[in-house]
Design a protein around this ligand. Sequence first.
Ligand SMILES: NC(=O)c1ccc[n+]([C@@H]2O[C@H](COP(=O)([O-])OP(=O)(O)OC[C@H]3O[C@@H](n4cnc5c(N)ncnc54)[C@H](OP(=O)(O)O)[C@@H]3O)[C@@H](O)[C@H]2O)c1
Length: 258
Amino acid sequence: MSLAKQVAVITGASSGIGYELAKSLARRGCPVGVLARRQDRLEALVGEIEAAGGRAALAVADVADRTQTGAAFRSLRDQLGPVDLLVANSGVGIPTLLEPMNVDDVEQMFKVNTLGVVYAMEAVLPEMLERGRGHVAAISSLAAFLAMPGESAYCASKAAVNTYMECLRMQVRHRGIHVTTICPGFIETPMTAQNKFTMPWLMKADQAAEYIAWALERKKTLYCFPWQMSLLITVAGWLPSWFVEWAVRDKAGVRPEP
Ligand SMILES: NC(=O)c1ccc[n+]([C@@H]2O[C@H](COP(=O)([O-])OP(=O)(O)OC[C@H]3O[C@@H](n4cnc5c(N)ncnc54)[C@H](OP(=O)(O)O)[C@@H]3O)[C@@H](O)[C@H]2O)c1
């Protein structure tokens, strides 16, 4: 179960869950490769990890760009060695609006949340298959399980991640590769900072990172947390859709004020 000495790469490590997870994996003895677009944030993270006695390397890339993503992973591999654990975590959450329709935002969510996962997998899977071992994970969301008005693209992009990861898991399970899908509830990060509504069972990002690291150590296939929010989403899925519409009527599809 130990992750010590496993080379881990985390996308979207410049903030929130990814930032805390990088530190959490470094504390467990992983050399950590961190990737995102904001170099200054990655440099600060690498500094924190190294100051605590860990090993880290950074690469800058937009995960919506396949070429950039591939190059960034090659750079991290050169610096740290073959990747043992990938956590595809980069994500964006933007309401899906109607008047006017914000199709640019929708494209961005599918490019980052869904294709960003695929491009990261492309960067590590060939070598993992060659070596006959490895572990790939994606940070999806409990939103993958529940259709919510005004969140069409975010929910759909995460539902696509869940399906992609589950199919991949079946495809590689006899090749020595583990696949984990992580579905968090509300986590206190810049992504949720602008939400004006009450977020039930809101969890601190460092605590969420510890939960995720725990699930990675145990090579869980699907890990949903916190359990209270997971249960609520499961029950909501059994209820008529008008109930969900009513429950989130003043929360979903509202672009936060600047
Ligand atoms: N917070 C929650 O309540 C919650 C709940 C469920 C699931 N999640 C999921 O958890 C993941 C992390 O979210 P978070 O809450 O930690 O949000 P966050 O603090 O906003 O962090 C998002 C991370 O994704 C990176 N990112 C965004 N667009 C990118 C791009 N085009 N290329 C590369 N990296 C990009 C950002 O880095 P740069 O801007 O520097 O590129 C940042 O490091 C996301 O996949 C999110 O959907 C979050």
